[in-house]
Design a protein around this ligand. Structure first.
Ligand code: ADP
Ligand code: ZN
Length: 749
């Protein structure tokens, strides 16, 4: 609609600048009013930026003089589909984040570019109707090479890129002559960089003809009926590890695609869930796009554009893929829905699973949350009937779950001294695997060689100067370094104590590096590798390690929670857990839940092939319910036990939480500011049914040189909680830059 002279109209624009609110701009006379979702070029202070039109603001009463006009409208139609604009708006509001932060998550990289999206192109040749007839022409009228080219093209209805033709011995002049005769046509195609090429881990190809188990078939029928209803519903697919959930996602996706709708498949981490990705890639070929942060900007941009153009109808990606510009969504799958990596730990602090549910609701789609160890929230929703529970209780082919032994390390220490890392049982079990040419996974959810250094003379420790944690020793001998896992501060481990100059520095505690060394010492003939954040710094290292383990070049893989996620390694018959209690000591209300999930998941990696699996879990709290119930792999009992605790403590899923952290140069400064915010929030809290806890020093009291104080708000009405907090913070704009508001936190450290 062209603006009428004399009538000014306005739009709200979100620009990708952190912290910025919605901005209002006027549409100059004579300019077409941009639609919601279109990109516009606007002045911002002394800068010129590209933003997205969020809504029409013509109804608002605005002081004309203050409002600047849009400079340029880049798109006649929505660049971001309106439903995704709405989703971004919901996310910004629900998570108390600025539209500036949120729109940045939604846009592909480089979307701030100009109208013509620069793309590499390539020439693609295809056969024409007269070309089809020409294949049969007598040799006098057509050369052998030309006929050969036409036959090749005949077999490829989508055409063949000219470089590929050249590769098959069809020279450019042959093609040119065929084009002149009208037998072949040439088009320019966008050349999309293929992000799948770098995915080197190739799982065994799925067998398309294979029969679903009875349980799978029953689950599939229910899920398909739900998808066909075209109503919003959430299904919790609760299937034990190895029950064949991926197969169900795949068939469901195929069914939804056939019905003319599209599919969004979320996975926690692409690199750690390669099976899902390649199974989807295999099944849907070019119709699937991939979206995750490991791609280069260029790759991500290409994938985004393919989705937007409608070239794909299946998107597989990590949490940000929930904002993919896909239309007609009929199914959203959130695989491993309990995984903490769905929560973004920077603004907007959204939870991919929860945004998925909102997106599904608005699209009348089926949302499937899959897990062997559902989050407390999701399982609770299934017991109250908000979600449908769909169950897979058995592993495919009736493979048994691994038998789990718990080793009480206190006994082991009493018997063999305090330095034991691998119990006798675990050591013997690893040796047995080597003998049988089977594989083992060994989990310790803590990186490094030693986790602390202390002085025997003055008891001084080596702590990070910037954070309230001790430095972790990496490496051995001369290459030994002490490093902070939060701020990366690094120093050489000195020969003498930095406090008293005494020569008695000792290392304490141990991490994955030490376990790796211990396995090598115990089994010198074993091929051992390590998988943790340090081991995969180099690009490509992760895929390489996983692929070497898959092909059998590695016997024992030691690692952090990375080894527990979604892998399907059929030759693993032993899973060892060193220090199952690592996470239990954390001052976080989800500590037990996390421990139970991690143990159950990692134990689930054993015995997925023909041979049954075994797991050995070392702990100093053998009676803790997380460990006992993970041993029995009894999810239901864990859920009920944990639910009582949550109810008593008024934690989710009974009450919602908002965690607010304030940073300051001094401890007193942080506490005072937090106290002030607490006081302001409390003013309206009781009437709103909201409880405020704090101020208190955050469990991680100092981080990157700043002190941290926190306050927790608990209540059943998030809108009210957010409202109270935001109005308290409105009175303290000076805190803007050093405050974090986390709605539905997954971690409160
Ligand atoms: P989950 O994700 O539930 O842990 P997966 O989807 O990884 O389980 O499946 C476990 C293994 O069983 C995979 O190797 C998969 O290919 C295989 N599988 C799945 N369904 C069937 C079936 N119906 N028949 C035979 N094998 C199956
Ligand atoms: Zn630090």
């Amino acid at each position: 609609m062209i603006n009428e002279p004399g009538l000014r109209s306005f739009v709200h624009v979100a620009v990708p600048v952190p912290g910025l609110a919605l901005l209002t701009y006027s549409v100059p006379e004579g300019l077409t009013r941009p639609v919601v979702g279109a990109r516009v070029v606007v002045p911002l202070g002394s800068r010129i930026v590209t933003g997205i039109v969020m809504d029409d603001a013509s109804a608002s009463t605005i002081e004309d003089a203050a409002v600047k006009p849009i400079k340029e409208v880049l798109d006649a139609e929505a660049f971001v589909p309106p439903e995704v604009v709405e989703l971004a708006r919901w996310t910004a509001e629900y998570y108390a984040a600025g539209p500036g932060d949120t729109i940045t998550s939604v846009l592909p990289p480089k979307a701030r570019g100009t109208r013509a999206d620069a793309h590499k192109t390539m020439r693609v040749a295809s056969i024409t109707a007269s070309g089809l007839e020409a294949v049969g022409l007598p040799s006098a009228q057509i050369t052998t090479k030309q006929r050969e080219a036409l036959q090749l093209l005949w077999a490829s209805p989508d055409g063949i890129p000219t470089p590929q033709l050249a590769g098959r011995g069809i020279a450019a002049d042959v093609v040119a002559r065929l084009v002149r005769h009208g037998f072949v046509s040439i088009r320019q195609d966008r050349l999309d960089r293929d992000p799948f090429q770098s995915a080197t881990v190739q799982p065994p190809p799925a067998d398309p003809g294979r029969q679903l188990t009875m349980e799978q078939a029953a689950a599939f029928e229910r899920l398909r009926a739900m998808a066909e209803s075209r109503r919003f519903q959430v299904a919790l697919l609760h299937g034990v590890t190895g029950s064949g959930k991926t197969e169900l996602y795949l068939r469901l996706a195929a069914a939804v695609r056939e019905s003319g709708r599209s599919v969004l498949m979320l996975v926690p981490e692409i690199a750690l869930t390669p099976v899902v990705v390649s199974v989807f890639r295999h099944a849907f070929g070019d119709r699937v796009a991939i979206q995750h942060s490991g791609l280069s900007d260029g790759e991500r941009h290409d994938q985004w554009q393919r989705i937007r153009r409608g070239d794909v109808d299946v998107v597989v990606g990590t949490r940000s893929a929930i904002f993919a510009p896909l239309e007609r969504v009929g199914l959203i799958v959130v695989d491993e829905e309990h995984d903490a990596s769905y929560k973004q730990e920077e603004s907007p602090r959204y939870h991919g699973r929860d945004v998925a549910i909102i997106r599904g609701q608005r699209a009348d789609a089926l949302v499937v949350l899959g897990s062997a160890t559902p989050s407390m929230e999701s399982y609770h929703n299934a017991t109250t009937g908000r979600y449908e529970r769909v169950v897979l209780e058995r592993r495919v082919l009736d493979r048994p779950l691994a038998a789990v032994t718990v080793v009480d390390m206190r006994e082991e220490y009493a018997e063999r001294g305090p330095d034991v890392i691998l119990s006798q049982a675990l050591g013997a079990a690893i040796a047995l695997r080597l003998e049988r040419r089977e594989q083992a996974l060994v989990l310790l959810n803590r990186r490094g060689f030693a986790t602390a250094v202390f002085c025997r003379q003055c008891a001084g420790t080596m702590d990070c100067p910037n954070c309230s944690v001790s430095l972790v020793v990496h490496g051995e001998g001369v290459s030994r370094r002490a490093r902070c896992h939060y701020c990366n501060y690094t120093m050489r481990v000195p020969a003498a104590c930095p406090h008293c100059a005494g020569p008695y520095l000792e290392q304490a505690g141990f991490g994955t590096e030490r376990v790796e060394a211990e396995v090598r010492r115990l089994c010198p003939q074993a091929r051992v590798a390590r998988l943790d954040r340090d081991a995969i710094r180099r690009k490509g290292a992760l895929a390489e390690i996983l692929s070497r383990f898959r092909t059998g070049d590695i016997d024992v893989l030691v690692g952090t929670q990375m080894i527990a996620k979604g892998h399907d390694f059929p030759r693993v018959t032993l899973v060892g857990v060193v220090s199952a209690d690592v996470g239990l000591g954390l001052a976080d209300f989800r500590a037990s839940e996390r421990t139970f999930q991690l143990l159950t998941q990692v134990v689930g990696r054993a015995g997925r092939g023909d041979e049954p699996g075994e797991a050995i879990v070392q702990t100093i709290y053998p009676d803790h319910y997380s460990i006992q119930l993970a041993r029995r792999q009894d999810y239901r009992a864990f859920f009920e036990r944990e639910l009582k605790f949550r109810q008593q403590m008024r934690y989710p899923p009974f009450q919602s939480l908002v965690n607010t952290v304030i940073r300051s140069q001094t401890f007193a400064g942080a506490m005072d500011d937090a106290a002030d915010v607490v006081r302001r929030v409390r003013e309206g809290a009781e009437a709103a049914g909201v409880r405020v806890l704090g101020p208190a020093p955050a469990p991680l009291g100092k981080l990157r040189g700043e002190y941290r104080a926190q306050l927790l708000t608990k209540g059943s009405n998030r809108t009210r909680m957010r409202g109270l907090l935001l109005s308290a913070l409105a009175a303290r704009p000076d805190l803007d830059k050093r405050i974090v508001v986390d709605v539905d936190p997954v971690s409160v450290l």
